[in-house]
Design a protein around this ligand. Structure first.
Ligand code: ADE
Length: 240
């Protein structure tokens, strides 16, 4: 997969893209991530990329010319499956969306700043708009980093144990069960006995039960409207 990110602040990605799993995925050639400074596409002698809004609202708006030039330049080099714009009024990011994006070949992500971006960019270039939640960030960069992280870890081969993505929270509309490691006892706090039992079937059943109980308690919305009845407990297929 190839991801091209258009931003006014490429350095904001230094941390998120150069550590841990995302770093290793790039080193292994499983994903290429390219950052493009929109300012490099400004023909303005002061490299201006924003201007006052028509109609006199407060705040500055990202200009159409440098953004259009950047997108055209990249589109001229390859086909993009998705040209995404990060914005608080976009579709809310969820695991299903990340799963779908992880199947793509080439993705372009545009990060907005200031009051917004000239709307014609959104109308004529953008194929999908993503929000990471109902709050407003100073720009789309942190949101884009979240999207990249959630998508890249799903590319086959990126996680050392591929099954671990399948047991993530949200992957089957259930929160993940609790996990523990050694020591089995700390400060008198014991790990649940079943996990030390060596009985795989019992452990799997316990995990399933815990996932369901935690979801019911913390995120009942994930279970759908009718979760009060005990019969609403899902029976998951074995070996999932
Ligand atoms: N840009 C500013 N706030 C954002 C948000 N919540 N999601 C995506 N992009 C954004």
């Amino acid at each position: 997969m190839r991801i091209d990110i258009l931003t006014l602040f490429p350095q904001m990605f230094d941390g998120p893209l150069s550590e841990s799993i995302i770093k290793r995925a790039q080193a292994a050639g499983l994903v290429e991530i390219h950052l493009h400074d929109i300012r490099d596409y400004s023909t303005d002698k002061h490299r201006h990329v924003d201007d006052y809004p028509f109609g006199g609202e407060a705040g500055m708006v990202m200009k159409i010319e440098p953004v259009a030039a950047a997108i055209d330049d990249l589109k001229g080099q390859r086909h993009y499956d998705h040209i995404l714009f990060m914005t608080p009024d976009g579709e809310r990011l969820c695991q299903k969306m990340s799963n779908q994006l992880s199947l793509a070949g080439n993705i372009m992500i545009l990060c907005g700043h200031y009051k917004g971006i000239d709307y014609r960019i959104r109308e004529h270039y953008i194929t999908g708009e993503i929000s990471i939640g109902d709050y407003v960030l100073t720009g789309g960069e942190l949101a884009a980093a979240v999207v990249v992280d959630s998508v890249v870890r799903l590319i086959p081969g990126v996680l050392s144990d591929e099954m671990s993505a399948l047991t993530d929270s949200f992957q089957d509309n259930l929160l993940a069960p609790p996990v523990y490691t050694r020591p089995a006892e700390f400060n008198g706090w014991r790990v649940p006995d079943v996990l030390l039992s060596g009985n795989d079937a019992l452990i799997a059943e316990w995990r399933e039960q815990q996932a369901y109980e935690r979801t019911l308690r913390l995120r009942p919305d994930l279970l759908g409207p009718d979760t009060s009845a005990p019969s609403a407990k899902p029976h998951r297929k074995k070996n999932m």
